[in-house]
Design a protein around this ligand. Structure first.
Ligand SMILES: N[C@@H](CCC(=O)N[C@@H](CS)C(=O)NCC(=O)O)C(=O)O
Length: 326
């Protein structure tokens, strides 16, 4: 685990000393937009035009943030439009690597060894974390964006000429509701599990833990009344929650000590998780080998033996009861 400082790779774990043991996620730094007409996104100067074959995603199958982008790519039928490289699941002193093993593809564009070389290819003086997902422009050989919440918005609408334009996960009329849900799910659940797991004081851990389970309880209640988070259709809010839920029982309960309840103990959340998993195309994006190997294998401050638990037994393909909402 490390980061780039003025373009130089430096092996360093997250610093929680300054923040009273709290894990604070750094803001993603590449924030440009791909648009239908190639005009820059709001407040941006660089424009990127949607074109088939021009863009590439660097992802980890372990990472919940990258997983969102893979789900959008599949559901929007963009597999032939946007290419993908999958990093190896182990993130050690070199950060994410392109070791080709266990289904990792290597760097299919340049044959590089490390993801940090992609960041310095885009900016030789870059300082910051080297994270997935990365949305790469093959034409100008640069990073367009490395913030998953923005990448999924682009995949949702910019490539409709070549993908499935009939599917909209961010419909105008549900945007307020989606934003309201996201404002709970991101800090308390998606990032909440990391805030619990990477905390280095009891207090910081307990704060994150309490917020996490109060948010899960609230969603359990919401999902007792409606099939999906924003009502009767699947939206972005559901896919953003899904990638955390799918990792919860196999990883976050044990590895990140999020163990008040399992998702399996919540009747609505567990049925809802299976409902989303069974949407055609989604199951193939969930890779338990990468997920479990990455977390248990890479975070040696949390799990120094790197032993990967064998359980729990999981079957996200089992029947669910969500059709009761029609
Ligand atoms: N806000 C970013 C977060 C991405 C992120 O933190 N990804 C993790 C993997 S799950 C990563 O690459 N971490 C490497 C690091 O922090 O050095 C997003 O949503 O895209």
């Amino acid at each position: 685990m490390g980061l780039l400082v003025d373009g130089k790779w430096t092996d360093r774990w997250y610093d929680t000393k300054e923040t009273g043991g709290k894990f604070e996620r750094a803001e993603s730094q590449w924030r440009d937009w791909i648009t239908v007409d190639g005009e820059p996104g709001p407040g941006r100067s660089r424009g990127f035009k949607a074109e088939p074959g021009r863009y590439h995603l660097y992802v980890s199958l372990a990472c919940p943030w990258a997983h969102r982008t893979l789900i959008f790519r599949v559901l929007k039928k963009l597999e032939g439009v946007i290419s993908v490289s999958v990093v190896h699941h182990f993130m050690g002193k070199d950060g994410w690597t392109f070791r080709k093993e266990d289904g990792a593809t290597g760097d299919t564009l340049y044959g590089l060894d490390f993801l940090h070389q992609i960041y310095t290819k885009a900016d030789p003086a870059y300082s910051g974390r080297v994270t997935v997902p990365v949305l790469w422009d093959k034409k100008s050989e640069t990073i367009v964006n490395n913030e998953s919440s923005e990448i999924i918005r682009m995949l949702n609408s910019a490539f409709d000429e070549w993908g499935d334009g009939s599917l909209d996960f961010y419909p105008e009329e549900l945007r307020d509701e989606i934003e309201t849900v996201n404002a709970l799910v991101y800090p308390q659940i998606n990032n909440g599990v990391y805030r619990a797991g990477f905390a280095t004081t009891q207090k910081a851990y307990e704060e994150a833990f309490a917020e996490l389970f109060s948010a899960l309880d609230a969603l359990e209640d919401r999902l007792s009344r409606q099939r999906y988070l924003a009502g009767d259709r699947i939206t972005e809010a559901d896919w953003r929650l899904f990638t955390t839920l799918a990792r919860f029982d196999p990883v976050y309960v044990g590895h990140f000590k999020c163990n008040l309840r399992r998702i399996a103990d919540y009747p609505n959340l567990s049925n809802y998780l299976r409902d989303l998993f069974q949407v055609p195309g989604v199951a193939a994006t969930v890779d338990m080998l990468h997920i479990k190997s990455h977390y248990y294998g890479s975070h040696d401050t949390i799990n120094p033996t790197r032993i990967i638990p064998v359980g729990p037994e999981l079957d996200y393909s089992a029947p669910h009861d969500r059709r009761r909402f029609g």
